[in-house]
Design a protein around this ligand. Structure first.
Ligand SMILES: [Zn+2]
Length: 332
């Protein structure tokens, strides 16, 4: 039987410059899907892509020392125009997509990136690190990679795109296995630790021979990780996966992160933010909408929450002297 709770497992390979993480988003991922209106349910290949993005986002957020959101976005030129997963430093995550038109049919429920987001070869994947307390004028850090490799070969899986990004932008050798269905979104990350580290490595005293040995260790472990099938990742618990893959390795495991300390569904939308958006739209535009309908109803694409502003709320939006939006009683 599957573990029912969402968990993030971190581990090290004793004496080797290799670390790993395994994430299983279960109840938290199901919550993302449940919050979509029935009329707006994504097709299965999109649900799988979003699940993989959520799992990958959690792994990347946990992998970096950064006090801000990790935002994974795919901009497509196929039926999937945008897919996004955001993970906050406390591992609260949310995900959504914009799909226009039909996806090709599939029996497995899985579709490669080239038919969903990279039909014309113009698809892009953006990884943004958005600082939590951004100073005015400060830009978030963003890396953008195409959905093809160095020899222009199309990358068909999200895991390949992110491995490519980690190597190009962070100079980090990374092996990623990702998979998702409607019950679970899961990921395994194996990474070679940066060479300049102190830790258990020999500092700057390393010879070429040592370096080759360290590469061999990473290569062996990455090779073992790559034997994990999507099916195994989706159905086996963390203990079983790690035992099966790495039974000959000495693994140091940390207590799994779960509950509110682990990955969990969370949306950052608020009435205040929607009020700001309406204010930016301008008084004329807002009033013109309100002559056609009794209230402005703004739905959050991530969590399904609805924020409604009637004529009185709107008038307050444009006359207020404080920053507080109308109707919000629990600010600060
Ligand atoms: Zn929301």
């Amino acid at each position: 039987m599957n573990e029912m709770t969402t968990e993030l497992h971190k581990f090290l390979f004793d004496g080797l410059p290799v670390r790993g993480m395994l994430v299983r988003l279960t109840d938290s991922w199901q919550e993302v899907l449940r919050r979509r209106d029935a009329s707006e349910t994504f097709e299965e290949p999109v649900r799988q892509l979003l699940g993989e993005m959520a799992a990958a986002g959690v792994l990347m957020q946990s992998n970096i020392q950064f006090n801000g959101a990790v935002v994974l976005q795919i901009f497509g030129d196929g039926p999937v125009k945008v897919a996004v997963a955001e993970v906050q430093p406390d591992l609260g995550f949310r995900a959504t997509a914009k799909v226009v038109g039909e996806l090709p049919s599939t029996d497995s429920g899985h579709l490669p990136l080239d038919v969903m987001v990279n039909v014309g070869g113009e698809g892009r994947c953006a990884i943004t690190l958005d600082p939590q307390n951004r100073m005015p004028g400060q830009q978030p850090y963003q890396g953008v990679v195409p959905l093809h490799g160095d020899k222009r070969e199309p990358l068909l899986q999200l895991s390949e795109v992110l491995e490519h990004y980690m190597l190009q932008s962070e100079q980090l050798d990374t092996k990623l296995i990702l998979a998702a269905n409607d019950s679970i979104a899961a990921g395994l990350l194996i990474q070679r630790l940066p060479m300049e580290g102190t830790g258990n490595l020999a500092g700057g005293q390393r010879s070429d021979e040592d370096e080759i040995g360290l590469n061999e260790a990473y290569n062996r472990i990455a090779y073992l990780a790559a034997t994990l099938t999507r099916e195994e990742l989706l159905t086996l618990d963390a203990d079983t996966i790690l035992r099966r893959l790495f039974w000959e390795e000495d693994i140091i495991r940390f207590d799994p992160m779960k509950g509110l300390e682990g990955p969990h569904f969370a949306c950052t939308c608020s009435r205040e933010r929607v009020g700001t958006m309406l204010r930016n739209l301008g008084r004329e535009e807002v009033e013109s909408i309100l002559t056609e309908q009794a209230q402005i109803d703004v739905g959050c694409e991530f969590c399904g929450e609805h924020y409604r502003f009637d004529a009185v709320d709107a008038a307050e939006l444009f006359t207020e002297t404080t920053d507080h939006p109308p109707g919000s009683k629990s600010l600060q």
